[in-house]
Design a protein around this ligand. Structure first.
Ligand code: AMP
Ligand code: ZN
Ligand code: FE
Ligand code: FE
Length: 289
């Protein structure tokens, strides 16, 4: 019931820590959330739940409720599709096996990309490892940080616009399951799946309705429509689909610390949507402040 709600807004449902490619530890991230005036923050590192407990411990100290989550890497052919999962069981065997496989694949892919880049630029795999926390989900942002450290790029954004761009000739995709598998894995682990930043396609192109329909039938909960990288044409189309299929709409920052311009709380989610999420989830509860 709404009046029994124990979490407070504003709610930001998508952030990254150094457990993946954010620049702050989970504890620093939650402190930053408190400083930004958030009442509730979800920690959604790429393919990892390793930050949950540290985030929760800090949340209890600073009065911020932490929603445990993850941004699961999925893909359709060469296009990467991110699936946010919330409040699932972090020990679920199928999900743990899949995220382990994805993280291993990311590591090999990063090494492969660095091998290619090293043919043209002065950079080594050790440079990249030096930029990632032990056990972190490795991604292009860590390669970007290594390029910056070597003076080969101004900042992460410049690296992504140049050497790390998918058209640069150095880009490699990494292993990831299909989005439908992602939705099923999250639901089977008792969680709630939300399609991350689904309107970033050029010229406003979005997931075709028949594909979206299959995700909805498998248990998709919502669409992250309030996100700075979504394009308005795509958002308008997806709002219509959300109404048609009863999907929730979320908003969030996709904060990566100093690694991206995105600021905590720049987009937020209606607390009523979080209530529904908590009602549907059976895998984990929020860490209430
Ligand atoms: P990867 O998953 O390894 O392909 O890298 C994608 C990650 O890099 C995502 O988490 C993005 O948020 C991040 N990213 C993408 N573009 C940029 C950018 N221009 N600046 C900083 N980070 C970026
Ligand atoms: Zn990221
Ligand atoms: Fe993403
Ligand atoms: Fe993200």
């Amino acid at each position: 019931m709404a009046d029994e709600r124990r979490f407070r807004g504003p709610v930001d449902l998508h952030t990254h820590s150094s457990v993946s490619d954010g620049t702050e530890t989970p504890a620093e991230l939650v402190r930053a959330a408190a400083a930004a005036g958030l009442g509730t923050v979800a920690i959604t590192d790429h393919d990892s739940t390793a930050g949950w407990l540290d985030a929760a411990a800090t949340g209890a100290q600073v009065g911020v409720t932490v929603i445990p989550g993850m941004e699961l890497s999925t893909r359709v052919e060469f296009a990467s599709v991110h699936m946010l999962g919330y409040l699932f069981d972090p020990a679920n065997e199928a999900l743990v096996a899949e995220t382990t496989r994805i993280r291993d694949g990311r590591m090999r892919r990063a090494e492969d990309m660095v091998r290619r880049i090293a043919q043209d630029y002065d950079i080594t795999w050790d440079d990249v490892l030096a930029q990632a926390t032990e056990g972190a989900t490795v991604g292009r942002p860590h390669i970007a940080d290594a390029l910056v450290a070597r003076g080969l790029a101004e900042d992460r954004s410049a690296a992504f616009a140049g050497i790390l761009h998918w058209r640069s000739g150095y880009f490699q995709p990494h292993y990831a399951p299909e989005p439908l598998t992602g939705v099923r894995l999250i639901r089977e682990a008792g969680g709630v799946p939300v399609l991350a930043h689904p309107a970033t396609g050029s010229r406003g192109s979005v997931i075709p309705e028949n594909r979206l329909r299959r995700l909805v039938d498998a248990g998709l909960f919502g669409l992250e429509l309030d996100h700075r990288e979504n394009r308005q044409e795509g958002v308008a189309q997806l709002r219509a689909y959300a109404a048609r299929y009863g999907l929730a709409i979320t908003g969030s920052s996709d904060y990566h610390g100093a690694g991206k311009p995105n600021r905590l709380g720049e987009n937020t989610t209606d607390p009523a949507v979080v209530d529904r999420m908590i009602e549907e989830a059976t895998g984990a509860a929020p860490f209430y402040a």
